[in-house]
Design a protein around this ligand. Structure first.
Ligand code: ZN
Length: 689
């Protein structure tokens, strides 16, 4: 449930104090540890040629010393290896193990130039690291081996990669980045096959020596990650998201997003969140320490969304010790709340689909803008609307994998196979709803454009062959239903304006079904300069920009424009309202939990064996959109309305962080709970009868 990682630096042996660390593991109630064993530096008396022993360890066995201490406390221990770099003597004996750049030069390490970068797809991993992993397992019988940076450091043009790729694909390694380049497309697939081969090899060698142990890859992520999460989820018994802190313009909910992406393919298998206590900016101040508030909110969001915390610290000798107390307090709180953190299932009814194939084959080098920014906008809108939701992998759409959801959201999921489109059709036939934007399903699974949307029949519109943008100064007019004279529910809180801003890119589409009317009509771009010219050229809007279908239980929403991506770029309040309303209308049922009150709160709702929990993470902070937090600022009273499982009643309700019993009332299967204030993270624990 609680993980500790100490990554030794080469000169730690003899100068750091292992007793201090073992005592810290005990004080934090850590029940598992990841300890440095081998790879670029061995911290045990290895017998394998070219496995470089720490020059400071002498006759000692630093790995064994820590391992023994952890075992005495009943901890699980996994050994850490890092294969991505090696020393000069390896280069001299096995020059073919070294990675090669596009110009044919062997690659020196970018940060430690006395070292060489290794090729991940050739004999260094397949032979040398296999021997290292076998040796660690046979000597120490650890519970697993965790490899950091095992998947290479960018494209490699070494003799093995050239030969193996040619044998597999019948062509030379790609030189172009465009995923429509055939060699690039084949390389994206082949590289993954090689990495899964080495994963399977290491895992099987480890299991031969300890059947309950596993190879644990440092791998995984969302749409922008380069190894198929479906394959990872099938293989891994446990996995850790290595997102150590936020940087640049990252938001604090990004850690919860990691948790949801990992869980989307691992299901109920344990997922951990690796957090560092330091600054994670590109300048890599590895020995730095973050503010207490920043560490607390980052870890809290991961825990709320289902991750087990894992702190990682480099260097056994500490320079700045301010983090120790913070992490101890987070772990203490986690330890006390543990019975309510053993989750069985999330109760969210909304699924946000992500698609690695869309990023690989449609996004290519521009996947951040064309793919991920759509997801981030939709994610931000859902957080602001306080709607609990899960992430859904687009290759896991079998009925039993998506049955828990009432609504699936497709934020520009452009590249979908016919089979995947059929799965969405089946979902809708079974009463599910869809909300899709922009170019969703306009490309096949290899990123080749179709003549029409694969989901055209569900949207009720067809692609008219034209994309417009970037648009300047375009708007959407707000329309009453002409028959009833009222505003559609998707326009809630927009009734007091005749128009709102448009997005930046739109598709020309034509209705193929009969629509009563559209709540939003296009006001086309008109000049934004000189000011004398800034007036609309079109009087009556004739082009619908929102298509709503009510098919009984299921409802379908299609935005033919980039509302999600535009929202991420400009964060318009009107777009936030529109997205919130569209999600509520298409879900077409009460939310499992509704939280009302001021501020920005990330909401999660979970079921355990005989309890429910609602996690409320308070993101309300002037440093929310760009960290780090300076201080935690409590947010005021929140009213929580929680749906109870059919036929169950609440036996006891607690606010675990505040340590108090809240005011509650129960009516018609719902609990109403008042939370007076939230500092960083409140957990409402409801024991069921
Ligand atoms: Zn290579």
């Amino acid at each position: 449930m609680r993980w500790a990682q100490l990554t030794l630096v080469e000169n730690d042996p003899g100068s750091y104090d292992p007793r201090f660390w073992l005592d810290y593991f005990r004080r934090t109630h850590s029940d598992a540890a990841c300890l440095s064993a081998g790879g670029v530096v061995a911290y045990y008396p290895t017998q394998i040629p070219f496995h470089h022993r720490s020059a400071w360890m002498g006759d000692s066995d630093p790995f064994k010393e820590l391992l023994t201490g952890c075992r005495k406390m009943g901890m699980n221990v996994i050994a850490r290896t890092d294969p991505h770099a090696t020393h000069q003597e390896t280069f001299d004996a096995h020059p073919d193990w070294i990675a090669v750049d596009a110009e044919g030069r062997k690659r020196r390490h970018w940060a430690s130039p006395e070292l060489w970068v290794t090729c991940a797809l050739g004999p260094y991993n397949f032979e040398f690291m296999t021997a290292v992993h076998r040796e660690i397992m046979s000597r120490y019988g650890v519970d697993g081996i965790f490899s950091n940076r095992w998947a290479g450091s960018g494209m490699c043009y070494c003799e093995h990669c050239q030969k193996n790729f040619f044998e597999a694909a019948g062509m030379a390694l790609p030189r172009a980045a465009d995923p429509q380049d055939l060699a690039r497309r084949k390389y994206i697939v082949w590289r993954q096959q090689r990495l899964f081969q080495v994963w399977d090899l290491w895992d099987s060698e480890i299991r031969k020596l300890n059947p309950s142990a596993r190879f644990i890859a440092n791998a995984g992520g969302g749409a922008l990650s380069d190894l198929d999460m479906k394959e990872i989820g099938r293989r891994a018994s446990i996995l850790f998201a290595d997102r150590q802190a936020r940087r640049g313009l990252a938001v604090p909910w990004a850690n919860g997003k990691n948790a949801k992406e990992y869980r989307s393919t691992l299901g109920r298998k344990p997922v951990g969140g690796i957090f560092s206590v330091g600054v994670e900016e590109p300048y890599r101040w590895k020995d730095s320490v973050q503010s207490e508030a920043e560490i607390r909110v980052w870890v809290a969001d991961g825990i709320a969304q289902g991750m087990r915390p894992w702190f990682t610290k480099f260097s056994g000798v500490l320079y700045d010790k301010r983090w120790l107390k913070t992490v101890e307090q987070i772990y203490e709180r986690h330890y006390r709340a543990e019975p309510y953190l053993r989750n069985e299932a999330p109760l969210a009814r909304v699924g946000l689909v992500y698609s690695q194939q869309t990023a690989w084959f449609y996004g290519g080098p521009r996947a951040q803008q064309k793919v991920e920014d759509h997801t981030l906008g939709m994610y931000q809108a859902l957080v602001e609307a306080r709607i609990p939701f899960e992430m859904v992998h687009d290759r896991l759409l079998e009925p039993d994998q998506i049955r828990q959801f009432k609504l699936l959201i497709l934020p520009n999921i452009a590249a979908l196979s016919n089979g995947q489109c059929d799965q969405f059709r089946d979902f809708v036939k079974g009463g599910g709803s869809l909300l899709a934007t922009f170019e969703t399903s306009l490309y096949d699974e290899w990123g080749a454009q179709r003549r029409n949307f694969g989901l055209s029949d569900l949207f009720g519109v067809g692609y008219a062959g034209k994309t417009e943008g970037p648009m300047q100064n375009s708007y959407l007019s707000i329309q009453k239903d002409p028959d009833s004279g009222t505003f559609h529910p998707v326009l809630r809180e927009l009734e007091d304006t005749p128009r709102i801003i448009n997005g930046v890119w739109r598709l020309k589409v034509e209705a193929t079904e009969k629509f009563r009317s559209s709540p939003l009509m296009l006001i086309p771009s008109y000049p934004d300069l000189p000011m004398e010219m800034v007036y609309p050229r079109v009087k009556n809007s004739v082009t619908p920009e929102l298509y709503l279908r009510d098919l009984g239980a299921s409802r379908i929403v299609y935005f033919p424009w980039d509302i999600d991506r535009t929202f991420w770029e400009v964060l318009s309040v009107d777009h936030a309202k529109l997205l919130r309303n569209a999600v509520d209308w298409s879900t077409n049922e009460e939310r499992p939990v509704r939280v009302t009150g001021p501020g920005v709160i990330d909401v999660a709702v979970w079921r355990q064996k005989s309890s429910l929990t609602v996690h409320l993470v308070n993101l309300t902070n002037p440093m929310m959109m760009k960290g780090p937090f300076r201080e935690l600022i409590p947010v005021g009273e929140q009213k929580v309305r929680l749906k109870l499982p059919q036929g169950r009643r609440a036996r006891k309700v607690q606010l675990l962080s505040a340590g108090r019993i809240p005011a509650v009332s129960e009516l018609n299967g719902y609990m109403n709970i008042t939370v007076p204030s939230i500092l960083d993270h409140e957990i409402i624990a409801v024991d069921l009868n």
